[in-house]
Design a protein around this ligand. Structure first.
Ligand code: MSP
Length: 510
């Protein structure tokens, strides 16, 4: 097992406050970071904000403040997401920090030095909202192929990066690293794009002042994507030559939305190759959320505010819903009804109830003291075997970044444990004093199955799992437990006294 794991979110533009899309990527990264920590790895988890560029400058002008003032104000909303959503990022990078200026300048200098950057003039059809130039071929009837808005003709002196030179190295890299771009369908898309030929890329602007200046070339600032992508190495200490960079680079996963995959899977590895730095090991593109069947937009007024979700439903429920509802990688639809349904059926009924009813029976029949473990019957062995299979399935799913599968496997165990209650009928065993040992074994097995479910679900529902962990008499933070050691059957301690109930997932009125 590789002992380290470095995962990143995209850095978010500060021209707008966080919405469900930002929360989604961040939560997905957090679940992975937590999972890999519980596997015993040294994890570095980076998120942050993208503060330069035309979009931010424009919004600042509209609001009558400087771009820096805008950034300083909005960044707190993104930083606050970590506490609200129970997200465990190790650092938060802002592209306006001095450490990032040093990093971008150095990366650029290295490419300049080996001849991959040259001065030219750029002319093209420019879409301001998308910050993209398009060629004649790409614009159908004068509209941006990405957003459909009108483009304008624009020309300016610009530094270019020799992206064309990296066509073959990129295709080779994809070929050697079949899991570099995931999901697989996206990989084919990107590879086809690269195979179609790459134009050199304009990497500086003179039409813009809000950016990182290029030393020795007054008037030029670094193009926003070159600036933004570089955050991933700044965050681990580039170019300081420190230990963190050596430990964590190349990143294991850059998590991104499907709209920005190309920047990460084509431009970014090429910039790095040019500077003699190893490309990242993986880029994963997730899908987009619509809201109640409609595209999310300010004008429709249907933007989902993650802070409100946490306030009304709780961070655990929101996290669970986002990662359970939709196969990761595909688009999905967010609805309050769907969220409430998942909370009541999966969390409160299935999982919460399993623990709560077992604690109730333990209180009633054993005064709350955990009995000895003595599995005997076939149904006991089946439950134990299932718990092992589920732990393996969760691991495979998490390695494949398939959260929905990991969660549905955990729920296989939750549901099997609930069935085990019905089949073993502790209330009947309790009537016969000769069956007291059997009753004890049944309750032990139930609590132990619950403990394993709690452990496996900890990366997804961190607060509730901690509460359940404590209710099961387990010590320390569940987040700090080691999955393989703690996940072995029989880890629950006998003889400890547990509470008679624990409500980890309250029901919500429909
Ligand atoms: N600043 C760039 C990223 C630079 S990374 C080096 C950027 N920022 S963003 O704030 O506009 O978007 C951040 C992320 O939010 C993207 O990954 C995007 O896919 C995601 N989402 C925006 N709307 C979304 C949905 N409706 N649903 C899911 N994710 C969405 O792009």
């Amino acid at each position: 097992m590789k002992p380290t794991f470095y995962i990143t979110t995209p850095i978010y533009y500060v021209n707008d406050v966080p919405h469900i899309g930002h929360a989604y990527t961040t939560i997905a990264c957090d679940a992975l970071a937590r999972y890999h920590r519980m596997k015993g790895k040294k994890v570095f988890f980076l998120t942050g904000t993208d503060e330069h560029g035309e979009k931010v400058q424009k919004t600042a002008v509209q609001q009558g403040v400087s771009p820096r003032e805008l950034a300083d104000r909005v960044v707190t909303r993104f930083q606050g997401l970590s506490a609200a959503l129970n997200v465990t990022n190790d650092d938060f990078i802002r592209t306006t920090e001095p450490r990032h200026y040093a990093s971008v300048t150095e990366l650029f200098r290295r490419s300049q030095q080996n001849g991959d950057i040259y001065l030219g003039e750029y002319e093209g059809w420019y879409c301001t909202p998308c910050e993209s130039y398009w060629t004649d071929l790409q614009i159908a009837d004068g509209k941006c192929p990405d957003c459909g808005r009108t483009v304008e003709r624009r020309k300016e002196p610009s530094f270019f990066f020799r992206l064309s030179k990296y066509q073959k190295p990129l295709l080779d890299y994809y070929g050697r690293n079949p899991s570099f771009i995931r999901p697989e369908s996206r990989r084919n898309e990107v590879a086809a794009f690269v195979a179609g030929g790459l134009n050199d890329l304009s990497v500086s602007r003179t039409s813009l002042s809000w950016g990182i200046p290029i030393p020795g070339h007054p008037g030029h600032v670094i193009y926003v994507w070159y600036d933004a992508l570089t955050n991933y190495i700044t965050g681990v200490g580039y170019p300081g030559g420190g230990e963190r960079f050596d430990t964590f680079w190349p990143a294991d996963i850059h998590m991104v939305g499907k709209d920005i995959l190309r920047f990460h899977a084509v431009f970014w590895p090429a910039f790095l190759m040019s500077a003699g730095i190893a490309p990242p090991m993986g880029v994963f593109a997730h899908g987009w959320w619509t809201v109640e069947g409609q595209k999310m937009s300010k004008s429709l007024g249907n933007v989902v505010d993650p802070y409100e979700m946490v306030e009304v439903y709780g961070a655990d429920a929101f996290r669970y819903f986002l990662l359970r509802e939709v196969p990761f990688g595909q688009d999905g639809d967010f609805s309050r009804k769907g969220l409430v349904h998942r909370i009541n059926s999966d969390l409160a009924n299935d999982f919460g109830n399993l623990l709560n009813r077992t604690l109730g029976m333990l209180g009633k029949y054993f005064g709350g003291t955990v009995p000895l473990s003595s599995p005997s019957g076939g149904e006991d062995q089946a439950l134990i075997a299932l718990s092992r299979d589920v732990a393996d399935a969760v691991d495979r799913a998490m390695e494949a970044v398939e959260f929905h599968k990991a969660l549905s496997s955990i729920w296989d165990l939750v549901k099997a444990a609930n069935r085990y209650v019905d089949v073993s009928a502790p209330w009947t065993l309790a009537k016969d004093p000769a069956k007291r040992d059997r009753l004890g074994a049944v309750l032990y097995n139930l609590l132990e199955a619950a403990r394993i479910c709690v452990l496996l679900s900890a990366p997804f529902v961190p607060a509730a799992s901690q509460k359940m962990w404590e209710a099961l008499g387990c010590e320390g933070a569940v987040a700090a437990a080691n999955l393989s050691a703690a996940g072995a059957w029989g880890g629950l301690r006998s003889g400890v006294t547990l509470p008679k109930s624990a409500v980890a997932f309250p029901r919500i009125e429909e």
